[in-house]
Design a protein around this ligand. Sequence first.
Ligand code: MRU
Length: 360
Amino acid sequence: MFGTDELCSLRWDPVSEKVEVIDQTLLPHTLRWCHLDSLEAFCHAISTMQVRGAPLIGITAAFGLAHALSQDASDENLAGAAATLLATRPTAVNLRWALQEVSVAVRNLAPPERARAALDKARALREEDIANCERIGDNGLQLLRTLGSGDSLNIMTHCNAGWLAAIQWGTALAPIYKAHASGMPVHVWVSETRPRNQGTNLTAWELQRAGVPCTIVADNSCGQLMRQGRVDCVIVGSDRTAANGDVCNKVGTYLKALAAQANGIPFYVALPESTIDWDCPGGEQIPIEERDVAEVLSIAGLDAGGELREVNLAAAHSQALNPAFDVTPAALVKALVTEHGNFNASEEGLRKLRAAMNGA
Ligand code: MRU
């Protein structure tokens, strides 16, 4: 299913050595690849959300650092380019992780060897991400199988944690793709995810392309759907997971977790190990990105003539606030679905996960 470059969010051409990403700000109306050919272009792609989603942000930054080293492989540029990339978005910890991975791979090499080694590392991280997301899919599928009622399984998700947020498969959507491919009937409730509408614009687009039945719902309708017994489980991704199992994800995730607990519905979080911040003891320590209030005060879409337009929603000079993420306490999470297996969201669960990572 995900064996072709057509279905990936970032591609690297071995002949031209070009890095191209899908410009996600244009979806679902236009599918356009965008060539990243300068440090500025990589930073712009991340900060303006042409690429977004914790795993993809990390991989894009890794290629961005490799590109910067191909221009100037000095110690100063290694540190400077890594710092510039790190400043593009504060919450997704994969950004820091990927920059560290590349920096460690090259810092003890002579400058002429650094660019090639950095590119090799970025390519390896990309391949690992694909393999890890596929494993997340297999592990999550085991959980979905325990919920089967005979009818179609109704799964709710928030934001976009599909292949657009990773390279292929995705995190939260990987088990859904696996279930669909295995013949299990599934239907996905896609919450729109105001203010950037990643659910409407990205998740629904991905699922429709893959032939997975899905329905877009307003964020505010999700509690009611749960009360009505129309949701069998909720599965979301994570932008940063603390060492105690608290999960930071797209704003609105916490409300879904509360509603899921109140209605006895399992709430799962799917994430690769690169999303865990082992130095972060709990969710309070996670920096929450605040984005431009224009995202709240306006909305973009196609007009009747098919032109993409942005329109104001609020009265002129309205005050607004735009926190992009929230923290869901570990106690509300039924399981963390990872490439190493499924674990409790707790300090003990994370310790077991770390042991599994180390092959214990
Ligand atoms: O602001 P974004 O679109 O980069 O945020 C992404 C998310 O919060 C997603 O929910 C996702 O689950 C985390 S990345 C797989």
